[in-house]
Ligand binder design. Sequence first.
Ligand code: C2E
Ligand code: MG
Ligand code: MG
Length: 274
Amino acid sequence: MQKARENRMRFENDLKYTLNGQLFLEYQPQLDFKTGEISSMEALIRWRHPEKGLISPFEFIPIAEESGLIVPIGNWVLETACRDTVALQQKLGKRIRVAVNLSIGQIYQEDLVDEVERILNKTGITPSDLQLEVTESMSDNVQQIIPVLQKLKALGVTIAMDDFGTGYSSLSYLKEFPIDVLKIDRSFVWSILDSEKDEALVRMIISIAKHLGLQVVAEGIENMAQLRYLNEHECDKIQGYYISKPITLEQLESKFSELQSFVDVQMKQLRVPR
Ligand code: C2E
Ligand code: MG
Ligand code: MG
């Protein structure tokens, strides 16, 4: 236990120092079925540790949460993602939106709304081009969270519920939370074609979203069969390795037209009557 505690302290300490330089963002493009275009992306944080190499956010986000470091890290992510998005929009001459993950610790941060407003002003991003992703775990404290989400929406940003279906999903949260988008967790998408139950759940989530007037985004699309299924079942957007893994801003910039051409070919195949 002593050893584990020491390791964790060291990890936390390392994380404190990463704020200067070892953290970076990757972006995963999202395909909009309606337009057939890559019109948005999700920002995903990475930590390149000098000795341990690349560390997954699954490993360090919980530590950042517990130590409170999530606040400065989260602010850095927000500002960097907005700045990068504006730069990408200018480079490509087209509107690209960005989705940024929010941790529960950030929602409890007293000045989150002011911080988001400051970042919108500082980076000049159009507020509706920023989407904030929250998770169902936030439903633990609905009364505290709803006013924060409402204030964020009043700034013009949109809100997505990430990993929908994996937490303590309750239909009443869907009614109470002021959200715009439901993201279907990739664990359901993986087996839509092999598991009747997962298939039924995905269809149900899409149907709930449509009835509530929400957009649906599916994540974790790894093959054409999944892409076809989600298009046929009127999912609005998808992201997944089939289109692209998360990549750096520079890679996205230089590969953008190649990625769009790949998507064009897929869309043509989807539209071929079968
Ligand atoms: P998430 O927000 O649900 O992000 C989607 C995760 O799915 C990403 O993992 C992405 O790389 C992965 N993914 C996307 N497409 C595919 C696919 O086709 N196949 C497979 N196998 N995986 C796919 P990643 O980047 O490791 O991030 C993991 C989680 O860490 C995220 O899940 C999110 O909850 C959290 N996270 C990432 N960046 C941030 C951040 O800046 N702030 C906070 N608070 N959390 C973050
Ligand atoms: Mg996410
Ligand atoms: Mg997710």
